[in-house]
Structure formats: structure tokens, C-alpha cells
Write a protein that binds this ligand. Structure first.
Ligand SMILES: [Zn+2]
Length: 95
């Protein structure tokens, strides 16, 4: 099927719109701490945060960093940080 110009225009527009809401790794780094707080309170509603969530689905390095941030926030919330000795012990176990 031949592609007619109006279809090309629609396609370009769609790509442009997708780009606009797509978050980069930089955006992710800037907003991830805020997103962690928002998620602790409930669900993310704002468009920039939804774009970050989308990015986390697709970007493994950011997803891993985000997981660490979330774990830290959770430990802050529960005040369940390991003691220095416990952390040392865990490091020893990992060796
Ligand atoms: Zn990323």
C-alpha cells in the first residue's frame, strides 16, 4: 500500500508527540527521588512522572538505580537501616 503524504504527516506528528513525553536518563536522574516519594504516598499522576515510570520499564540501568532508591526510602520510612556492623557482615557474605 502506497503511503500518502497525510499519513506521513500523521506519523511525524505521532513521533513528535511521543518524543515530547519520553523521559531521558537525565530526566530520570532528576525526578527519581521525587518519584520515590510520590509512590510511597500512592500512585504517580503527573505526566513527567508517568514518563519516568515508562522510562524505568525500558531502561535497565535506571531501573536498577531506582530500585536502590526505593529500598533506601523504604528503610527510611520503617527506620530499618542496618547498623554499620550488619552492613559490614553483608559485605563479607557477598565476597
Ligand atoms: Zn535511563
Amino acid at each position: 500500500m502506497p503511503v500518502i503524504p497525510s499519513e506521513i504527516q500523521t506519523f511525524i506528528l505521532k513521533v513528535a508527540l511521543t518524543r515530547e513525553v519520553e523521559a531521558s536518563c537525565d530526566d530520570c536522574a532528576k525526578l527519581s527521588a521525587h518519584l520515590v516519594e510520590v509512590l510511597l504516598d500512592g500512585a504517580a499522576q503527573e505526566q513527567p512522572l508517568l514518563a519516568i515510570l515508562q522510562h524505568l520499564q525500558e531502561c535497565m540501568p535506571c531501573a536498577e538505580e531506582f530500585k536502590v532508591l526505593q529500598d533506601c526510602a523504604q528503610m527510611d520510612l520503617e527506620n530499618s537501616w542496618p547498623t554499620f556492623e550488619e552492613m559490614w557482615q553483608r559485605l563479607e557474605e557477598l565476597r
